[in-house]
Design a binder for this molecule. Structure first.
Ligand SMILES: Nc1ncnc2c1ncn2[C@@H]1O[C@H](COP(=O)(O)OP(=O)(O)OP(=O)(O)O)[C@@H](O)[C@H]1O
Ligand SMILES: [Mg+2]
Length: 233
């Protein structure tokens, strides 16, 4: 029974995960073993180039490992039939650059993530406006990305990541272009959604405030886990 309980708690598991570029000359990740539990908030830290974004892209099934294996609720990624469906159903992404569509307004950019889902557009629009309100930028809903500040664009990207009520958020420096008040607002919203929906969060960050609020800090260096600096639940 204990094994079963442990298996349910594990949302993502990486075993010997490696990612190489340039025919093996660059090793972005080099044999990473780690586990993310359901509902956990993990901060991914380490110097620039240590592999944080690479690890997020593998967990998000945006890239394929060169070696090793990944599991989502014990199911190997290699047996997932359709990665785009897997991502849409399970994962909200906040990328280092926010990838907003310049010709769509803030609220339309959020609704882009809902294409293909079976909920009415009007319901989603209310949810999107509610997220913008909680992020303090409801009055920017009709603005285009070019009319928004960097911090406002970042918050639109966070709302887009949350709109489908994902199981897990993968966020790359989501507080990078925010001042401390707005960064705290984003982290508060993520905390609330974690409490409401049991959201799991993996967040690459250089921000010590994020690490303080995380359940656990995973430290990478040169594509490897620095076990001495990684905290455990
Ligand atoms: N497409 C690519 N082709 C070649 N090398 C790459 C590619 N993507 C990443 N790398 C290399 O892999 C290593 C890890 O990069 P990654 O982007 O994961 O680091 P990071 O920890 O996210 O850094 P930062 O904090 O600056 O965002 C770096 O040495 C980087 O130059
Ligand atoms: Mg990065």
């Amino acid at each position: 029974m204990q094994t079963q309980a442990a298996a349910v708690r594990s949302l993502v598991r990486a075993e010997g995960l490696s990612l190489a570029f340039d025919h093996g000359r660059v090793r972005a990740l080099n044999g990473v073993n780690m586990e993310v539990h359901a509902g956990e908030f993990v901060a991914l830290v380490g110097p620039s180039g240590c592999g944080k974004s690479s690890l997020l892209s593998l967990i998000g099934a945006l890239d394929q490992p060169s070696a090793g294996a990944l599991y989502f609720e014990s199911v190997p990624y290699t047996s997932i039939a359709d990665y785009s469906v897997f991502r849409r159903e399970n994962i909200g992404f906040v990328f280092q650059s926010f990838f907003l569509i310049p010709t769509l307004s803030a609220v339309e950019n959020i609704l882009v993530a809902t294409v293909g889902r079976r909920v009415s557009r009007a319901d989603y629009k209310q949810t999107a406006l509610g997220l913008l309100r909680r992020l303090g930028i409801e009055n920017r809903a009709g603005y285009f990305p070019g009319q928004l500040s960097g911090g406002e664009r970042q918050r639109v990207a966070i709302a887009r990541a949350l709109i489908n009520a994902p199981r897990m958020i993968l966020a790359d420096e989501p507080t990078g272009s925010l001042d401390s008040v707005n960064a705290a607002q984003v982290l508060d919203l993520i905390d609330e959604v974690r409490r409401e929906q049991g959201l799991t969060v993996v967040m690459a960050t250089h921000d010590p405030e994020v690490s303080v609020r995380a359940d656990r800090v995973v430290y990478l260096r040169d594509g490897r886990l620095d076990v001495s600096r990684t905290t455990h639940p």
